[in-house]
Write a protein that binds this ligand. Sequence first.
Ligand SMILES: Cc1cc2nc3c(=O)[nH]c(=O)nc-3n(C[C@H](O)[C@H](O)[C@H](O)COP(=O)(O)OP(=O)(O)OC[C@H]3O[C@@H](n4cnc5c(N)ncnc54)[C@H](O)[C@@H]3O)c2cc1C
Length: 220
Amino acid sequence: MTELVIAGSGFAGTWAAIAAARARTLAAADSTLAITVVSPTPNLHIRPRFYETALDEMAPDVGGLFRDIDVTHVAGTVAAIDVAARTVDCVGADGRRTQRAWDRFVLATGSVLFKPDIPGLDAHAFDIDQLAHARRLDTHLRSLASRPASAARDTVVIAGGGFTGIEAACDMPARLRAILGAAADIRVVLVEQAPAIGPDLAPARARKSSRRCTPAVSRS
Ligand SMILES: Cc1cc2nc3c(=O)[nH]c(=O)nc-3n(C[C@H](O)[C@H](O)[C@H](O)COP(=O)(O)OP(=O)(O)OC[C@H]3O[C@@H](n4cnc5c(N)ncnc54)[C@H](O)[C@@H]3O)c2cc1C
């Protein structure tokens, strides 16, 4: 039996499991391949859409998919990797530590937001890096409806004019008007250190984003 262990059930981990299962089916000779995915829950978080409001749809359960393609899901996190011994230590939600052996190991545990050391950032800013953070922002936006209208209430400042900042900024006017009413005087300010927004986009796309965003975003 060949053991493949994959840490993470995001896009990378889930796709690795699907690809391995497909290869196992195609190469019937290696039908002894056992595929295991370790992640806290068998959910695939659709992080690129965490700026949207329909957050309940952004973490589909892929447990059924794993069962259908004969992939075992283990609920837990990988806490240690021993490359020489070819083992991982997994910690379950109950804190229990178990060890799993592997012949092949895929590390697909994702990325985390870089938060620069800016005074006030931790206390006052929101982010949409993880589902729980996106829910926190959503709860805050909804709570604005109970506050009296003011320029401060109706103004959003978004730091970072890359993909995520642009998408979040473009979504914000409609999202806030759904909460605060069609007449709300929404102002979205996108702050970017580069001379133009979308510095990492291809030049033509960046120009298009600037054209689309400037009138709609700076005062919408
Ligand atoms: C707001 C936002 C917008 C984005 N927009 C885009 C975009 O437009 N286009 C684009 O290409 N990309 C975009 N990205 C990036 C994209 O979402 C990520 O590149 C992608 O989700 C990464 O997939 P992943 O499988 O590597 O990691 P993730 O999706 O983060 O999955 C990581 C998995 O690992 C699990 N895990 C974490 N630690 C452990 C551990 N110790 N043990 C076991 N499991 C663990 C997690 O629970 C999860 O299942 C965006 C990201 C964000 C946050």
